[in-house]
Write a new protein. Sequence first.
Length: 281
Amino acid sequence: MNELDVPAVDDLIRTALAEDLGSGDVTTRATMASDRHARAHIRAKQAAVIAGMPLIAKVCQAAGGGVAIDAKITDGATVAKGEVLAELEGSASTLLSVERVILNLLQQLSGVATLTAKFVAAAKGNKARIVDTRKTVPGLRILQKYAVRVGGGANHRFGLSDGILIKNNHITAAGGIGPALAAARARAPHGLRCEIECRTMDEVWLAVAGHADAILLDNMSPAHLREAVTLIAGRAITEASGGVSLDTIAAIAASGVDLISVGALTHSAPAVDLHMLLSLT
């Protein structure tokens, strides 16, 4: 059993197939006999880190099965332009009906994994871990966060119920950093970590005084991040956020923070270019 064998992923695939097929593939029905047999190759049109390979079988199964799949790689593999990811064999009509859903999923997830791998490589040599955010495509969070892990990154909280992250609007509503932390600590379930967002050194002092478990350092320069890390002195986990790009990640990582959260991993990763070519057998 792989980690994508969960009901949420199965539901997502059924939704994707229903969205694409509607009442049926009218083009395929109109152009070929239903008993045609075919072979198809999924091939990379660019270098990439691949994620989502287990979904090929899940999509085919959800579409009715009967497709033999010969996967040439596993998730996390770096492929070159022109490399074959998988060979599929079965009913031509089935292969054509699943083509776009398979490619959409693989292209999206491989894009996330590829971009994550670039950020991880750019931060190499420092202790900072690259983590994602909740800035995901609605409905695809479980898959996008999986792809981040495939690319070498780590996951931040999955949803609002997984951890306390007190951000600027919470602080405003609560009346300040001190009151917000005090209220969170009084009401939080046992064992749930309290993290709070800070934008200035004064706010960092207040967060440390309020015994925050983690401090999110928002849109700080590398110099200010180093100052904040020194001030915190290991009393809380440090997370840099905002203004993070492939051009800035090395300097941010060198500041000594524990985590660097990057919304772009999931909201701006360009899809990897893949295609599936079919031949009759």
